[in-house]
Design a protein around this ligand. Sequence first.
Ligand code: FES
Length: 106
Amino acid sequence: MWHTVARVADLRDGEGRSVLVGGVEVGVYRCGEEFFAVENVCTHAHAYLHEGSVDRVRCTVECPLHGAEFDLRSGAVLSPPAEEPLRTFRVRVVHGEVQVDLGEDG
Ligand code: FES
């Protein structure tokens, strides 16, 4: 099921935003003309990743608490102390709206 989370025009390149989708904290990011969605709570402890710094060229986010770095495309951990990858979610753009699919209904 697709959920509208932002308008394309409202997200700047390199910007991350927190949205609550079906009870899940999701971070939505823009890297150039691409959009990505990952779980917004760091897998190391409890920090909101959208408050960290985004590298819009490499498409990564650095956790604001202890500095773990994650790949926004795959959710992979690029640097410690986090060890577990982030959940990622499908994203699409329809009529200027960014939509996220949690995959809860296949
Ligand atoms: S809470 Fe994110 S690296 Fe520790």
